[in-house]
Design a protein around this ligand. Structure first.
Ligand SMILES: *Cc1c(COP(=O)(O)O)cnc(C)c1O
Length: 415
């Protein structure tokens, strides 16, 4: 059992211990991890780190005390809204991550539906591919979640099936841009039209795609409409700490109409200190996360983001083509951005055993449960790892074919 030490120890010693502690972790720097990290290069990382340290002490909640925080946050919000074709009535909240953005979307929709339409015991209708964080938020908020299987074989949400689950207590529909399990965009236009037809809140979960898709589109690649350009989209979650490459603890919860913020805002005064009012699920917030987002966005600019989007998409293309060329493996199509899944199409080749073979070769593998497969969530840092990955994958496949190995663990864990 570790107890607080009686006496402090020198930083040099602690720093060495921290550095050594990482030795057994998977090396994200060599691109050997299929999720969890977003890395461009040392220069961008330094910008984020130095900006974070510049605002190390500031509390982003204290905007009266730190007017500069309010200005920087306002500029990040403004850039994010413009990237998502927001109308001038729109607003956004800087949150700690996708989970908080989605929590706030659900809470705001719930309170809006209760007050304007008298809906009690509400439910939301979402594609089964929706992120688990919707269920976590719904558990906290007393909302029922109706997950609708994506019966179409392109892994996209099926608006016709979703429509069948809507009833008088439904408050929200969801579309992902793209969804996490397969990396495809749901048909946002169709779902938003369905939401409008029933007077429902439409949330787009662009946690992955929000700060990537606009730049991939600039490369000339086809990206379906998914943002406020689509009529009926009420709110969007988009993570800065994913493909905007900012410091962790940064996401946007965007609202088409600032009038809706009323149901997102916590407004309290029944204690001795008077009014306490804010629109996040947090109190104290790290000023560093705001400053880092501001700095990285201004450092890269549109040109930088488009450049890195190109590096990423080339990496995806090379990886997918290399995998598809290995006999017995099949890349699930379509996939549209930075995520895809591959599986075995040969009963003699157990994909779980292949995953375990990759793990033995030093790769951190994301296993897909349904259908059994391997999930890749790529970022530009993987560009240096493609050849090594493919070579190890070929070796793992050869080995599994030779030994006829089956996976020791049935499916692995998502996270
Ligand atoms: C990452 C992610 C979330 C959750 O975001 P966190 O930042 O991990 O809280 C939600 N939806 C999608 C599609 C995601 O990829």
């Amino acid at each position: 059992m570790t107890l607080l030490p009686q006496k402090g120890r020198p930083w040099s010693e602690l720093k060495a211990e921290l550095d050594a502690a990482k030795a057994d972790d998977f090396s994200w720097r060599q691109g050997r991890m299929a999720l969890y990290f977003y890395f461009l290069d040392d220069e961008v990382t330094r910008v984020a780190q130095e900006a974070y340290l510049t605002y190390w002490t500031e509390n982003a909640m204290g905007q009266r005390a730190f007017p500069s925080m309010k200005r920087l946050e306002g500029e990040v919000i403004s850039m994010a809204l413009a990237l998502h074709h927001a109308p001038k009535e729109a607003t956004a909240t800087f949150t700690s991550g996708g989970s908080e953005s989605i929590f706030l979307a659900l809470k705001t929709a719930r309170d809006w539906a209760r007050e304007t339409k008298g809906v009690e015991r509400p439910n939301i209708v979402i594609p089964r591919t929706g992120h688990p964080t919707f269920d976590r938020a719904a558990q906290h908020l007393g909302v029922e979640v109706r997950r609708v299987p994506t019966s179409r074989n392109d892994f996209r949400a099926d608006p016709r099936e979703m429509a069948k689950r809507i009833d008088g207590r439904t408050i929200m529909l969801l579309g992902s841009a793209p969804n996490y399990p397969f990396g495809v965009f749901d048909p946002i236009r169709e779902i938003a039209a369905l939401a409008q037809q029933h007077g429902l809140w439409m949330h787009v979960d662009a946690c992955v795609g929000g700060f990537l898709a606009p730049f991939v589109r600039k490369l000339g690649r086809e990206i379906p409409d998914f943002d406020f350009a689509v009529p009926g989209v009420t709110s969007i979650s988009a993570d800065l700490h994913k493909y905007a490459y900012t410091a962790k603890g940064a996401s946007m919860m965007m609202l088409r109409d600032a009038a809706l913020l009323k149901w997102q805002t916590f407004n309290f005064s029944d204690w001795e200190r008077g009014a306490y009012v804010n629109s996040t699920a947090q109190g104290t917030r790290p000023g560093g996360a705001v400053a880092a987002a501001w700095a990285v966005m201004n450092f890269l600019g549109e040109e930088g983001y488009v450049h890195w989007a190109g590096v990423l998409m080339d990496t995806v293309d090379r990886m997918a083509a290399g995998i598809a060329a290995i006999p017995g493996l099949e890349v699930l199509e379509p996939h549209e951005l930075c995520i895809f899944v591959y599986r075995s199409n040969d009963p003699a080749l157990d994909i779980g055993a292949v995953a375990e073979g990759l793990t033995q070769r030093g790769w951190f593998v994301g296993r897909q449960a349904e259908p059994p497969g391997i999930h890749l969530h790529l970022n530009p840092a993987h560009s240096i790892a493609v050849d090594d990955y493919l070579s190890d994958l070929r070796d793992a496949v050869t080995e599994v074919r030779k030994t006829g190995a089956r996976a020791l663990e049935a499916s692995g864990r998502t996270y």
